[in-house]
Design a protein around this ligand. Structure first.
Ligand code: BTN
Length: 267
């Protein structure tokens, strides 16, 4: 049992019977909740199983980066999903997760939360949450998705490593108060389930519309670092695979599946 701002028994009771969270694995420290959830899924754990840790020693970010995961302050969780989707639609899961997190965060800081492609949640333009989906596929079939979510809740400015001090933030930094993670975790899973149900009911258009409405980069000139390539153009949308659609020089439409985006200043 961990000594912190959540109680495992209470959380378990409140999540019993829910689509997401009916089975919970808690850790005070783990290498990565994604790795743990991946192993659980590979061993047959059902959809909706979740892993929650108070700290991670090898928290994983996108593009092989590390995710800073100190104890006692943030949310690190991974959710096992088994959607009946073709593998190329897996990025839709990260898209909906961004929306689900952003909606909950917006309750604390109304009007200050938005989304940045591919799936960062920003608060006042700084990174509040990162999402890392890992998939297992077999012959044109998605076996499972591990949806990893890291949200900076009560971490303070001095706890961030130097290289992200100016680009990351937390709910506590922006609201000036400490926030209990327990209720947040419950509402996060509930909201995730709401958007996940829309997706599996084959309504990606609702998900996409919501995402676009929360992404200020749409309609703006952006620069994307994708691998070793720097691409710029006007961001005009996302496609069914979650790729960013850009209008480049000569009005050529291109799609980018992974990278880091920056909004360019208007000339
Ligand atoms: C990103 O780089 O933006 C994605 C970060 C994802 C971090 C979360 S924390 C919970 C889960 N476990 C991990 O090891 N990574 C994800």
């Amino acid at each position: 049992m961990c000594n912190m701002d959540w109680n495992e028994e209470t959380l378990k009771n409140k999540l019993a019977g829910k689509l997401i969270g009916h089975q919970v694995y808690f850790f005070s420290e783990i290498d990565s909740t994604n790795d743990e959830a991946f192993n659980l899924a590979a061993a047959g754990s059902p959809e909706g199983t979740v892993v929650i840790a108070d700290s991670q020693t090898k928290g994983k970010g996108r593009l092989q980066r590390a995710w800073h995961s100190p104890a006692g302050s943030n949310i690190y969780t991974s959710v096992i999903l088994r959607p009946n989707l073709k593998p190329d639609r897996a990025p839709q899961i990260s898209i909906l997760a961004g929306i689900a997190v952003a909606e909950i965060m917006n309750n604390f800081c109304p009007g200050m939360v938005n989304l940045k492609w591919p799936n960062d949640v920003l608060l006042k333009g700084k990174k509040l949450c990162g999402i890392l989906a890992q998939v297992k596929t077999s012959v044109n079939k998605l076996d499972f998705v591990v949806l990893g979510i890291g949200i900076n809740i009560n971490i303070n400015y001095n706890q961030f490593p130097q290289d992200i001090k100016n680009t990351a933030t937390s709910l506590a930094i922006e609201t000036g108060r400490n926030i209990s993670r327990q209720e947040l975790i419950i509402s996060l899973y509930e909201n995730l389930a709401k958007w996940y149900k829309k997706l599996i009911a084959d309504d990606f258009s609702a998900v996409k519309e919501k995402w676009l409405s929360m992404a200020p980069m749409i309609g703006k000139r952006v620069q994307i670092m994708s691998g070793n390539e720097m691409i710029s153009g006007k961001a005009i949308g996302i496609d069914e695979q979650g790729s960013l659609v850009l209008l480049t020089a000569g009005d050529k439409k291109i799609k980018i599946s992974a990278g880091d985006a920056t909004i360019l200043k208007e000339k």
